[in-house]
Design a binder for this molecule. Sequence first.
Ligand SMILES: [Cu+2]
Length: 200
Amino acid sequence: MPTPQAIFMRKQKILQGLAFFIVIVLITLAIWTGPAASIMINGKINLYEQWKKIDSVKSLPTSKLLPNINSTRNITPTASKISTTLVTRTPTKKPSITLTSAKKSNNITITATGFAFDQKSVTVPAGSQVFIMFKNQDVGIPHNVAIYTDSTLKNQIFKGEIITGPDQITYPSFKAPDKPGVYFFRCDVHPMMNGQFIVK
Ligand SMILES: [Cu+2]
């Protein structure tokens, strides 16, 4: 006499076997129905024959074509009809960095000492950005650096802030003239302190 537990176990095993069988059947059906359905339409198994039929149908007049098209449309393997088109892309040009507008910057140091500049002339590249560091070493004396086209002072190119020594300042940068030539710089407080601002 099997115990109730043994009966329960046996039922469990039968159920498991049944479930497994059903799963196998379902998988088999799923595998077979897809391709089989597409092949078996119209009772024709040979896809090649179907293709030949389509080709022969194409040459027929439209009136005779229509019913056949309806019956053969379903078996047309659309996947093979999809044409893959290669899209060729021309690579975009690499951005080239040109330094035409931003020329090499120019750092200049001018020192005023004993009511005189330490240099008679300074030279900068034409059109360059000029950074002037001005050092005033005269104690209690105001000086600056200002640049003009010439000694007539008609056209001012740059005017640096007046500072009282001992002090130093980095002036805001300015753009040197594009036209090469000999320009003029001076201390606005003491006009006899001057020199050549050469643009090359
Ligand atoms: Cu001065």
